[in-house]
Write a protein that binds this ligand. Structure first.
Ligand code: HEC
Length: 311
């Protein structure tokens, strides 16, 4: 559609008479038809295939940590790395960051691009979670309680090699497609909890937070008509609504990559309110699994790609 329209527009710009305009239109139709008849879709598939190879190779080149490829599809791990470390920017939010006191930047000392330094990701906090965001609830009651600070989660695999501290692929898919918070760590406040928030007595803010189970208060924002209704069953801040449109193949690729990175037991930052174990992870007694180095598999991957694996 777009192709045909833009070509017609081009024809109009180029022609002065009705006759040549008709000729251009006929030519447009012929050209459009020809593309379809020549099997444009087949051509696109071939182009996709080439692009995938480039993504996989790039994915291995930019993975900032060693990868444990045992039992995994190396094509998917490479592609997963490409998504996670480029447009997904998972580590941009899922990292305790350095300097540790800021829990902000996922870069090694001297490697912060925003300080105009050459980028170097800090592997010791890579995807270990713990970045602190802000509250998303409506400030309510005399203490202005707005719910817990939202904290990103630890995405590194557990000792059994299951991504994100032990999630199955099916759970991971469900989270990325629907945004469901399977840990249920910040439910929406019930009417009773809102009553408590509105009449906290002599409670401190911290006491109130514990008393209402770290719930998220909803309602009209003070001083505005904006009705703020975050659903506490859903992950907040996390861009799952965009990731939800990834294909199954691509989500599986991300999952496999997250299974291949080193495990980190994150004891650095504050855990999300009410979930003290949330960032901790069982990495087993033997330390991190021996990992292949980025780049190792690139040549064999090119051969794998040529064998025609497709999504
Ligand atoms: C803009 C910041 C941001 C980005 C980018 C981001 N996340 Fe998140 N993510 C979060 C936050 C914050 C949470 C926790 C939200 C909450 O508690 O409501 C979260 C939660 C999650 C969870 C749920 C964890 C659990 O224990 O159930 C998964 C899985 C996840 N993110 C995966 C990813 C992946 C994979 C990427 C990259 C493709 C990514 N995230 C990119 C901020 C982000």
């Amino acid at each position: 559609m777009t192709f045909s329209n833009s070509t017609t527009d081009g024809g109009r710009r180029r022609t002065g008479s009705e006759h040549s305009s008709k000729a251009a239109a006929a030519m447009t139709a012929a050209v459009t038809g020809a593309v379809l008849m020549l099997g444009g879709i087949e051509c696109l598939k071939a182009q996709d295939f080439i692009d995938d190879q480039a993504r996989i190779v790039r994915g291995y080149a930019i993975a900032p940590v060693g990868l444990n490829l045992s039992g995994k599809d190396p094509v998917k791990v490479g592609l997963g790395s490409y998504f996670v470390n480029t447009i997904g920017d998972c580590n941009g939010c899922h990292s305790s960051g350095t300097p540790a006191s800021l829990f902000l930047y996922p870069y090694a000392t001297g490697g912060n691009p925003y300080f105009n330094q050459p980028t170097k990701i800090d592997p010791t906090v890579y995807l270990n979670g713990g970045a602190q965001f802000y509250t998303v609830g409506t400030p309510t009651g005399p203490l202005g309680y707005a719910g817990p600070v939202i904290v990103s989660r630890n995405l590194t695999p557990n000792s059994a090699g299951l991504a994100e501290g032990g999630r199955t692929l099916a759970q991971f898919m469900q989270i990325m497609r629907t945004g469901i918070d399977l840990d249920q760590i910040h439910p929406t406040c019930s009417p009773e909890q809102l009553d408590t928030i509105n009449s906290p007595g002599s409670m401190t803010l911290a006491e109130l937070q514990a008393a209402v189970n770290d719930c998220i208060p909803t309602g009209v924002f003070p001083g505005s008509t904006f009705d703020n209704e975050p659903d506490g069953n859903l992950l907040q801040i996390m861009p799952w609504s965009a990731f939800a449109s990834l294909t199954d193949y691509d989500l599986d690729a991300i999952y496999q990559y997250l299974s291949a990175i080193p495990c980190i037991d994150n004891t650095l930052p504050l855990a999300p309110a009410g979930a003290p174990g949330e960032l901790l992870n069982n990495c087993g007694s033997g330390g991190p699994v021996p990992a292949a180095q980025p780049g190792d598999k690139v040549n064999s991957l090119l051969k794998l790609g040529a064998s025609g694996r497709r999504r």
